[in-house]
Design a protein around this ligand. Sequence first.
Ligand SMILES: [Zn+2]
Length: 101
Amino acid sequence: MRIPDKLSAYCKKCKKHQVHKVKQEKGGRRSGGLNWSHRREKHRRRGHGNLGRYSKRAVTQTKMASKTSKKVDLRLECPECGKKAVMNRPRAKRVEVFRAL
Ligand SMILES: [Zn+2]
């Protein structure tokens, strides 16, 4: 899927159409580890679920990976006010943001 790096879109803050910059957001990892509620939940779930054995892999690695494409996180940035908005998220195996003129 090819997406132009400049798109005309409506800006909610400026209340008019502007030529927005398109940026693909990379999946971020949580810094600083887990917070206290996540740690407690992790401890609570200990001993449950299929973790896999020597003969077969865990269920999360086989049956749950049925989809072959991912939803892309695309953001639009207004050049006038700097407001960022989320574009509608298409499903695609591969996404390329190309330079439009
Ligand atoms: Zn704006």
